[in-house]
Every structure is written in structure tokens, then in C-alpha cells.
Design a protein around this ligand. Structure first.
Ligand SMILES: Cc1cc2nc3c(=O)[nH]c(=O)nc-3n(C[C@H](O)[C@H](O)[C@H](O)COP(=O)(O)OP(=O)(O)OC[C@H]3O[C@@H](n4cnc5c(N)ncnc54)[C@H](O)[C@@H]3O)c2cc1C
Length: 381
């Protein structure tokens, strides 16, 4: 189909957000109504990358906060969302080409572009063009498969694996949950104190931890589905068989096939300067898991979206004056296990943690801290 130019003139400067997931959406919320914002996503709603443990063990609870129609965000009023996949960026024309669900193409021009297309990881994060029914079906099916098993192997010691293992063990104490990771402790990249505390939490929750186990990824396997075959280890231990195995080994692929090669580093992530701007391009910014902003690529967690709201405004209003620098802590941080019976614990970069008691979760944390402060208002369902 022929490309249709939609570069009509408006008085407002146009910001195109390439990837409207966790961070892209928050950039739009933080930019405000002074700009003509277009958010492009293969999904018709926010499908958050957060809290896989809760998503698999309590999908209906997870969906209330993490699977949200764009129309429910108060600050997105006036933002145009487009369901499609970006196939190309033309930096000379300041335009992106979008393939829509009916296979037609649409061109969107920008004054500033944000690349926030994230990564594909396992079966839970992808760039597939799909409708809400398909999203729900895939989610429910994965949860049913996992909850239908009696013995479960979780492979990979990052936050995703730890979250699934802990949530499964605490919600389903009758199941045997085995957690395999290649180091002595789970959660590489987190402060040593956080790793100790998390290790103890997993033990208390009833998880069978298997440290120093490096699983062999079967040839050609993308870790994008459950497996039932015996798991082999290159670290010397014998095979292990569970009813079902979930692979959360960090085998992630940046969603970069539409991004010009000179914007990417050797690993395929977008080169970011200290202002979260793409090196060599004044009007292209990047944030979230695709952005090579720091060794942990942690701008999704460290208010990179807020910084971009500020820096894009500084760029468009005043051409760079007063742009702020992105700063990231040495260690990863965050909630890791999500909401548990005793509340929600947030682990800090310097090794401490604090807990929101359970009575605050639905009175303060979600209604106030998350919905009002982070998302700046959400309409009732
Ligand atoms: C408020 C908040 C709290 C968080 N808390 C924690 C925490 O406690 N612990 C923790 O470990 N992490 C936390 N995180 C981080 C989180 O786990 C991930 O890092 C985050 O989901 C990554 O967001 P993203 O926007 O980069 O990617 P995504 O949310 O995956 O969004 C990328 C989007 O781009 C789309 N896309 C891909 N290709 C294209 C294309 N060609 N065209 C158009 N669209 C495309 C994808 O389909 C997807 O919709 C938090 C993040 C946020 C925002």
C-alpha cells in the first residue's frame, strides 16, 4: 500500500514515541499537553513488563494495574495512539514509517523522536501486533500451564526468575518450586545485602534454590516457551526433570530492527548520551530497556521518563538550554517480589529496603503513589 503522509501542520511541536510500553507511556504523561504526541505500539493498551511473578500466579489481579487501556490515563487525553509496528526511521525527513494491522503503511513526521521499543524477552515481552483478546488468551494460557504443574523449574537468577519462584512458592505451597541460577546467589547486579535478604526470602517462601547451576540452553531454543524435557547443566550436575520449566535466563533481544545501524552499539542497543539523547542526533532520544544509558540499562527504573519529559521540552522550547543529565546508581533496585501477604518490599541501591505494609497497598501505594504520583491520574475502569 502506498505510504500516506500525515504530516499536517499543527501549532504544537510533534513528538513521536516509538514504543508505547512502560517508559514510552510515562514520557508522554510527563511531557504534558503542550505537544502534539503520537504514541506507537503493536498493542492496543499498556502491557507492562513489570511483575512477571504476579502476572503468572494471579493474572486477574495483575491485569487490574498492568494491562490498562490507554484511554484510562488522564494525562494521555489528546495524545494520539497508533497501533502498529514501526518499520523504518528516516532521519533526513524526520519521519517514521508504521505498518498498521491491515498491512497498510503510514508515515509520521516528528520534531522530536523517542525510541522506547524495549526488548523481546521470553514469552512475556514481545513486539507482536496483537489485539486485546489475543493478549488475554496468551497470558491466561501461560498462567494455567504453570499453575497446572506440580513440579516447576525456574531457570535464571535475575529479578524475573526470583519473582516467579517466590510468588509460585508462596501462593502454591503444595508445588515443588526449584530455582536454578549460575552464581552462588541470585540477583547479580543488586547490592550484596539485597542478595542476602532475597536469598533468605526465597528460602522462607519454600523455594528449593539450586545455586551454581548453569543450565544448557538447547540448540536454537529462544527461551520463549515452557519446556518439559530434562534440563542439562554445563556446571557438572546431573540432569533435572520437572513437569514444566520456565527459562528466564536474560536471553533478550533488543527490538531494534527499525533503528538505523549507526544508532546502535555492538550489542544492538541504542547509544545514549548523558541527556538520554541518541549520539549524533539532536532530536532523537531514547529510554527504557532499549537504551544503552548505563551498564544496567536501567533508565526505566531511574526516572529516565521524567528526565526525558524535561529534556525534550528543553530541546523543543529552547534548543538544549538547561537539559539535565541522567544518573544511575551502581546497583539495581526495585520491588523484585511484588506484593506479598505482608506488603511490598522495595530494595534500595545502597542495600537497605523498606516495606509498604499490606494495609497501605490498596489505600496508599497504588491509589496515591502509583496512580496519582507516577501516572498522574487514572480514570476508573
Ligand atoms: C514505574 C516503573 C516501575 C518499575 N519497577 C520495577 C521494579 O520494581 N523492579 C524491576 O526489576 N523493574 C522495574 N521496572 C522496570 C521494568 O521491569 C522494565 O525495565 C520496563 O518494563 C521496560 O520498559 P520499556 O518501556 O523499555 O519496555 P516495554 O514496556 O517492553 O515497552 C516497549 C514497547 O515497544 C513496543 N515495540 C517494540 N518494537 C516496536 C516497533 N517496531 N514499533 C512500535 N513499537 C514497538 C513493544 O511491543 C512494547 O510495547 C519498572 C518500570 C517502571 C516504568
Amino acid at each position: 500500500m502506498a505510504a500516506i503522509a500525515s504530516g499536517y501542520k499543527t501549532l504544537k511541536k510533534r513528538v513521536v514515541i516509538a514504543g508505547f510500553g512502560d517508559t514510552g507511556l510515562l514520557v508522554a504523561i510527563n511531557l504534558g499537553r503542550d505537544f502534539d504526541i503520537v504514541g506507537i505500539s503493536p498493542k492496543p493498551c499498556l502491557v507492562s513488563g513489570q511483575e512477571l511473578g504476579m502476572r503468572l500466579t494471579q493474572p486477574q489481579v495483575w491485569k487490574k494495574d498492568y494491562l490498562m487501556p490507554f484511554s484510562r490515563y488522564k494525562k494521555l487525553r489528546g495524545v494520539r495512539t497508533l497501533q502498529g509496528l514501526i518499520t523504518a526511521i528516516d532521519t533526513d525527513k524526520s519521519a517514521v514509517t508504521v505498518r498498521l494491522r491491515d498491512d497498510s503503511e503510514q508515515v509520521e513526521h516528528y520534531d522530536a523522536l523517542v525510541i522506547s521499543s524495549g526488548v523481546t524477552n521470553g514469552f512475556w515481552r514481545n513486539s507482536t501486533l496483537e489485539d486485546i483478546d489475543a493478549i488475554n488468551q496468551h497470558m491466561d494460557r501461560a498462567s494455567q500451564q504453570l499453575l497446572g504443574a506440580q513440579s516447576i523449574a525456574i531457570i535464571g537468577g535475575g529479578a524475573t526468575g526470583a519473582s516467579v519462584a517466590a510468588n509460585l512458592a508462596s501462593r502454591c505451597p503444595e508445588k515443588a518450586v526449584h530455582f536454578f541460577f549460575s552464581e552462588r546467589q541470585p540477583l547479580p547486579g543488586y547490592h550484596p545485602n539485597v542478595r542476602n535478604t532475597a536469598e533468605q526470602h526465597l528460602l522462607d517462601a519454600g523455594v528449593n534454590s539450586h545455586p551454581n547451576h548453569r543450565a544448557v540452553i538447547p540448540d536454537g531454543f529462544q527461551c520463549d516457551r515452557f519446556t518439559t524435557e530434562p534440563i542439562a547443566f554445563s556446571s557438572g550436575q546431573g540432569d533435572f526433570t520437572a513437569d514444566i520449566a520456565l527459562w528466564a535466563v536474560g536471553k533478550m533481544a533488543p527490538n531494534n530492527d527499525f533503528i538505523p545501524a549507526d544508532m546502535l552499539n555492538d550489542d544492538g542497543f541504542v547509544k545514549a548520551d548523558p541527556f538520554l539523547r541518541v549520539a549524533g542526533y539532536d532530536n532523537v532520544f531514547t529510554v527504557g530497556d532499549i537504551a544503552a544509558s548505563d551498564p544496567h540499562r536501567s533508565s526505566a527504573r531511574n526516572w529516565g521518563y521524567r528526565l526525558l519529559g524535561y529534556n525534550i521540552r528543553a530541546y523543543l522550547d529552547t534548543k538544549d538550554i538547561g537539559m539535565k543529565r541522567y544518573q544511575s546508581p551502581r546497583y539495581r533496585w526495585g520491588s523484585i517480589f511484588g506484593v506479598q501477604d505482608d506488603g511490598l518490599r522495595v530494595f534500595q541501591p545502597e542495600g537497605s529496603s523498606f516495606r509498604f505494609p499490606s494495609w497501605t497497598i490498596h489505600t496508599l501505594l497504588f491509589p496515591l503513589a502509583v496512580r496519582k504520583i507516577i501516572y498522574k491520574g487514572i480514570h476508573k475502569a
